[in-house]
Write a protein that binds this ligand. Structure first.
Ligand code: SF4
Ligand code: SF4
Length: 429
């Protein structure tokens, strides 16, 4: 990759973007990124340069790769949730792109179609699509939704007026034996739909190869996270978040290579006692709703106060790679069983009961030597908001310092949030 950016305007025009609004968006992002990532951090690992480059050309090179792939006959599939298995998409020779939105810039385009009291992630994602300001959304052939939370379920109805969408019905009570059978049936429905869209047939052989690749991508991300257990920690929370955010839309082979390279460097840093922050800095776990790019707000607020975020129990964190499978079977049915088990092993608040999430948090507190937990919820996200009340009590019972923070993508509450974070950090031993 070169550092000089080509002229992407013809491509954006061809994709039907609202160029005026898109210009406004791209005019803001570099400044935000510079302020949060470049001006306030030093001694970052060299390997993070690749991820800086990807964000610096966020709507350019990757979109051009997708466009080229489409010209060669591939299909691009837009998704909004971890529960839509990339393994299946890639096994059908299609490309998956995560489309969750992490900025309120796009809200103007969705505000007349959605109530005000819906979470920022949904408002943002729909705004990006409907407002024609996201080339990733524009390039997709179909969107795949799921029935995880009520806001999303209803959002799919709104979005279906603008773009083809297929909805996977994810079970709600995943601990019941019939939940797996139901999920498997839904995965088979998804496969049929994607076979129709791509014109390709899923085979056990193709699925196995794809499972190995996606598993390896998760492995490399897990390696980066494992290095965050060290003190001093070799990478900031902000940078680690950026790495996992990019995993949602970059090419999996390149991710394996570049995340792997970063993990090598971080492991080396640990051997040489090189940290991003001094040994003994307060270590924070963030747990809650996903943080889609460019939502770096909480990480920036916490790390600006001298603490470090060492792990995220979120879908843009450990939930992305924690649940894993052994690839043993040889038939499609056997392989799909492993996939279903792996995905049902993710403890999202959309399920009831969801006891596993508490256990996950306690394990992370222990493994990452965490001093305090921030339960982070996007305003109007009922599943995570309700769980935060119970989790806060449970963590306190265990003697773990914890605060609950509900916010959105705006900067309006940054003052009060900073005060609360400062007060929280002060009580940590
Ligand atoms: S939080 Fe739940 S609904 Fe949202 S992406 Fe993660 S698994 Fe999907
Ligand atoms: S953050 Fe909460 S309300 Fe928003 S899409 Fe995710 S689960 Fe649904």
């Amino acid at each position: 990759m070169t550092t000089e950016k080509p002229d992407w305007y013809p491509m954006w025009k061809e994709l039907g973007l609202d160029l005026e609004k898109h210009d406004q968006l791209l005019a803001i992002l570099p400044d935000i990124f510079k302020q949060i990532y470049i001006d306030t951090q030093c001694n970052r690992p060299e390997g993070i340069g690749f991820f800086d480059f990807v964000v610096g050309d966020i709507h350019g090179i990757r979109v051009s790769e997708l466009k080229k792939a489409k010209e060669e006959g591939k299909k691009v599939i837009g998704t909004f949730c971890l529960y839509i298995p990339d393994e299946i998409i890639y096994a059908l020779d299609a490309i998956g792109v995560g489309l969750c939105g992490g900025t309120n810039f796009s809200n103007y385009a969705s505000e007349e179609l959605l109530p005000t009291n819906i979470c920022a992630l949904i408002k943002s994602a729909l705004g990006f699509g409907i407002g024609n300001i996201c080339p990733y959304y524009a390039i997709t052939d179909i969107l795949i939704g799921e029935t995880t939370c009520d806001g999303k379920k209803k959002a799919w109805e709104v979005i279906s007026e603008f773009k083809p969408i297929y909805v996977v019905e994810t079970p709600q009570c995943k601990d019941r034996p019939q939940a797996k059978a139901h999920f498997l049936e839904e995965l088979r429905g998804l496969i049929s739909k994607l076979e129709e869209i791509t014109g390709n047939k899923l085979t056990a052989e193709k699925l196995k190869i794809s499972m190995e690749k996606i598993k390896e991508k998760r492995n490399q991300l897990r390696r980066v996270y494992n290095t965050r257990k060290a003190d001093p920690v070799p990478i900031s929370g902000k940078d680690a978040l950026l790495v996992s955010q990019i995993a949602f839309y970059d090419d999996p082979d390149r991710q394996i290579q570049m995340v792997g390279k970063l993990a090598d460097e971080l492991e080396e840093r640990i051997k040489n006692h090189i940290g991003i922050i001094e040994k003994g800095a307060k270590r924070i776990l963030i747990s809650g709703t996903p943080m889609a790019i460019p939502n770096w707000k909480m990480h920036h607020l916490v790390e600006s106060k001298g603490a470090v975020i060492v792990a995220e129990e979120t879908c843009t964190g450990t939930r992305y790679f924690d649940s894993e499978y052994e690839i043993k079977g040889n038939t499609l049915d056997e392989l799909l069983e492993f996939i279903a088990d792996r995905y049902l092993g993710i403890n999202c608040a959309c399920f009831t009961p969801n006891e596993g999430r508490k256990e996950d948090i306690l394990k992370l507190v222990n493994d990452y030597n965490v001093d305090g937990v921030i339960l982070y919820t996007l305003n109007f996200c009922q599943p995570y908001d309700v769980e935060a009340v119970g989790l806060e009590k449970e963590l306190k019972k265990e003697g773990i310092p914890v605060i609950s923070i509900s916010t959105d993508y705006s900067s309006e509450d940054e003052g009060p949030l900073t005060n609360r974070i400062e007060a929280f950090l002060e009580i940590l031993k």
